[in-house]
Design a protein around this ligand. Sequence first.
Ligand code: DC
Length: 221
Amino acid sequence: MNQNIAIDGPAGAGKSTIARRVAAERKMIYVDTGAMYRAMGIFLQRKQVDLSDPAAVQAAADEADISIEYQNDAQQVILCGENVTGLLRTEEAGHGASLVSVLAPVRRKMVELQQRLASRTAVVMDGRDIGTVVLPDALLKIYLTASSEVRARRRCHELEEKGESCRLEDIQKDIEERDYRDMHREISPLVQADDAVLVDSSDMTIDEVVVRIIRLYEERL
Ligand code: DC
């Protein structure tokens, strides 16, 4: 039986923190698909590919060797033999990922890789198109959101904890621009799947969201 959980939602809604916790509690594999798009963004930037040239993007996407490994249950993204995990969680990498994720050859390649991962073992996968495109038969689909202000505050807090400075207005503006791009792109825009459960985490703690998702999952099993 398909036992996958799909979690979609806008940037900064807490998807990765929550998906990681749900996966740990249920002894499932967590797959962070945003990290894969971030790695692809780095690859295309390093190769200085002209993103407006579909043939160049197709050739580069074919060449990009992106794979996932696990070290102590933490996902590692390997780009052409190099572990790039430490480079992925910056605002710049997120911005780059949002730009390359609109490109059809990039999405085709990522979806194929993600479906292959989920066919081997039960996963908790988070992203933007998981419930709609990658795992349309997932046992449980969650659409996790929060207001853009709450999401910006959380991102700022995260950056400050890493010792980076942050301006709340800039982060909120970037989040809103990214939402717009993710929700209005032609291919696989971010939308709530018809059969997804909407969870608004604006006024919920991480624990409350995790408990809610696990309860929903166990009901379906
Ligand atoms: O979740 P994240 O912030 O790491 O994602 C970075 C970007 O990648 C995001 O702006 C949109 C894109 N993305 C996507 O289009 N589809 C996914 N399944 C995951 C991420």
